[in-house]
Structure formats: structure tokens, C-alpha cells
Design a protein around this ligand. Structure first.
Ligand SMILES: C[C@@H](O)C(=O)SC[C@H](NC(=O)CC[C@H](N)C(=O)O)C(=O)NCC(=O)O
Ligand code: NI
Length: 128
């Protein structure tokens, strides 16, 4: 088995596509429209299944926001340099909510940004 995708419900599909492509450097892999059940999907990632896990964005027609609740944590993305990734995200209009720096009590350098709907995305600095 392998993780195929993580699904997030978004309030504005193009706004989210712009964020994940322009700010986080993902590719828009495909979209699909379900007019019967009134929703549109966009799949994005740094590559496609099966080599890469994908992000599935769901837009329910006419629904522009969701209660985030307290359960959602984050999606983690590996970066070569978390400091530069934060600078790049900021320069592209991203919202850095936790500046790059060692994780509390550890050495791994992490940072957090939020996407347009407020979902947290973690940058984890890795050299692999
Ligand atoms: C393509 C595949 O990865 C899917 O996840 S589609 C599954 C389908 N999604 C939706 O219906 C999205 C709209 C829905 N209103 C929502 O917000 O989740 C789904 O969940 N179908 C349910 C089923 O039982 O088939
Ligand atoms: Ni799905």
C-alpha cells in the first residue's frame, strides 16, 4: 500500500491552485468536474502517483469557506533550505506563521506557512 493523496476542501479552487503552484512550486496534474454532485477536483503535486503522493483539492460549488475546527494539523513538505523557502513563500504572497528554525528541543529546521484557506503546511529541511 502507499499514500495516494490527501484531500482538502477549499473555498476558491483557482486561488488554491495559484498558491500551490506559484508559492509551493507544485504542478497542476489534472482537474475533474462533477456537475451532477456539484463539485470540482484539482490534483496537484511534485509528480504523479504512484511515485509521488498527490494533493486533492475539492471545491463544492458555492461553498466559499469551511469551519477549520481543531483537529487538522498540517501537511509536511521537504525543502533544501527552510529559510529560503520562507523568503520565497513570503515574496509570492504566502503567509509564514512560524519562521524557520530548529524544532523545539531538536535540531531539524522547520517552518510553517498557511494556505489561502488557513490550512497549515510545514517546511521540513532535509538534504535527501
Ligand atoms: C477522486 C477521488 O479521489 C475522490 O476523493 S472523489 C470522492 C467523492 N468526493 C466528493 O464527493 C467531493 C464532494 C463532497 N461534497 C465532499 O465535500 O467531500 C466522495 O467522497 N464520494 C462519496 C462516495 O461515497 O462516493
Ligand atoms: Ni480522494
Amino acid at each position: 500500500m502507499r499514500i495516494l493523496h490527501t484531500m482538502l476542501r477549499v473555498g476558491d479552487l483557482q486561488r488554491s491552485i495559484d498558491f500551490y503552484t506559484n508559492v509551493l512550486g507544485m504542478k497542476l496534474l489534472r482537474t475533474s468536474e462533477n456537475s451532477e454532485y456539484k463539485y470540482t477536483l484539482a490534483f496537484l503535486g511534485y509528480g504523479s502517483n504512484p511515485e509521488h503522493a498527490e494533493l486533492e483539492l475539492t471545491y463544492n460549488h458555492g461553498v466559499d469557506k469551511y469551519e477549520m475546527g481543531t483537529a487538522y494539523g498540517h501537511i509536511a513538505i521537504s525543502v533544501d533550505d527552510a529559510y529560503k523557502a520562507c523568503d520565497a513563500a513570503r515574496a509570492s504572497g504566502g503567509n509564514v506563521t512560524r519562521e524557520a528554525g530548529p524544532v523545539k528541543g531538536g535540531a531539524t529546521v522547520i517552518a510553517f506557512v498557511t494556505d489561502p484557506d488557513g490550512y497549515k503546511i510545514e517546511f521540513i529541511e532535509r538534504k535527501d
